[in-house]
Design a protein around this ligand. Structure first.
Ligand code: CA
Ligand code: CA
Length: 192
């Protein structure tokens, strides 16, 4: 491998390590009465539009008691494309009750620059960004990147500030000598 290929491989490795996926909450939408226990992706999407994703990359299936689904004798399908299904007709009307969760891919939002450092500082904070951009921002990001609006690393300014996924970026003028620089931020959010 020549040095350029090694560089690309290292770059892609670092990039893929940064893009983390997120687990959804556990879902238990159905009981096995009726035709069976249907924890299907389509129904879960309709019923949980803000937490479920269209194309999960993985699924975990358990009984509602928290045991692996393989601990029962039921014939069960457990697939990220379709979800979990236990059909009573295939199991002598004795399906256990199951729950599922999914691994959903994260993706970067656009860059946000909602504030200027005049006033008390530069507030690129999550609650304001979420309420102002409900369709493109998420409530609980899993990652954040902070830069100056000129595109430099936030560290290049040496200023005292917060750059955290939970809070967003907050630079207070009172914590710094002179005004804060103007910053922008982007976040890793579930690909809903
Ligand atoms: Ca269930
Ligand atoms: Ca700003």
């Amino acid at each position: 491998m020549d040095s350029k290929l090694i560089f690309v491989a290292v770059f892609l490795g670092a990039f893929s390590a940064v893009i983390a996926d997120s687990w959804t909450p556990w879902y238990d939408r159905d009981n096995p009465s009726g035709t069976g226990d249907w924890e299907s992706v389509g129904s879960l999407l309709t019923e949980n539009p803000s937490t479920m994703c269209q194309k999960p990359v993985a699924i975990e299936c358990q009984t509602t008691a928290g045991q692996p689904y393989t601990s029962t004798d039921d014939t069960v399908s457990c697939c990220p494309s379709a979800g979990l299904v236990c059909k009573q007709a295939e199991n002598g009307n004795s399906c256990a009750d199951y729950r599922v969760r999914f691994l959903c891919p994260d993706k970067w939002t656009q860059w946000f620059d909602r504030d200027n450092p005049s006033g008390t500082g530069d507030w690129e904070n999550v609650p304001n960004l979420y309420s102002e951009n409900p369709n493109t921002m998420c409530e609980k990001p899993s990652g954040i990147e902070c830069r100056t609006t000129g595109g430099n690393s936030y560290r290049s300014t040496g200023q005292t500030l917060t750059c955290c996924a939970k809070e967003g970026l907050i630079c207070k003028n009172a914590d710094n000598t002179g005004l804060c620089s103007d910053y922008k931020v982007r976040f890793l959010c579930p690909d809903l």
